[in-house]
Design a protein around this ligand. Sequence first.
Ligand SMILES: [Zn+2]
Length: 298
Amino acid sequence: MNVTCNVIKDILPLYLENMLSDDSTEMVEKHLEHCQECKNYLEELKTFHQVPVDTNISPLLKIKSSIRKKNILTAILAMMIAIMLIVITIAFLTAPKYIPYSERSVTLNEAENGWILVKFENTVSGYDIDQYPTEDNSGYVYHITTWNNTWNKMIKKSKVNYTVLNPNGENVVSVYYYQADGSEDILMYGKDINQGGGIITLPRMFLSYYLLAAIVCTVVCGGVMIIWHRHKKVFRFTLMIFYLSVSYLLSHLIVKGFTTSSYSATRDFFAIVLVLIPMYVAFLTVLHLFRKYKAKNQ
Ligand SMILES: [Zn+2]
């Protein structure tokens, strides 16, 4: 009996794979009917057999994870576009509209302690004050402007009421109002330090330098990619920078149009960067999806 058991055990793997002749199969089955030991051995073999079956579904898992990755990328893309639209909307609603000078919009009052109080009309939702010392250091010159925006007009009325020009007791020599349109500043208080010469508060220009840098960067990257298009690493790296500068150009165009000078340049730059970030991520996501699509169709 023992010899037969060993013989049976030897051919059980073949039996499991249905590779035995009918006679041998019959012999094995007959033996299994009354031999518990061989039955146990067969069970063991069966559990062993399931391991290679497991590895067979790995391509399926791969496809599944690739689909999941694509879904995640698509979700990221949709999210970035949504964020971009929200930021653009907010940027437009909060873009300052400078208010031309009128005696009612801003009034100055001297307090007993020497403070100069600036009082704003209801329509004012924000202001800018520049301060610089006079040439003889006898005091300070101030330039004020006020603005409003659609957000404050339509959505949330937040108005500023007043501010103190010289909270530390500075000597106020003169106060000018500038209308942020290139016209001459209007003397509101104190003496005219330019005696009829006329002062114009100019917009800030640094956005135009940034824009120029982005244009140069785009052109240079474009050139590098054309020349080294066969060099995969160089090409891919340059493409990242290319996308970044193109994102900056587009963001500037969206926020500022073709204008490069601004009286609220810092705020505008901030808005441009907030549009740029989701736009850049969206570009990279599209690039990723495109590469996946290409790889699949090769
Ligand atoms: Zn047996």
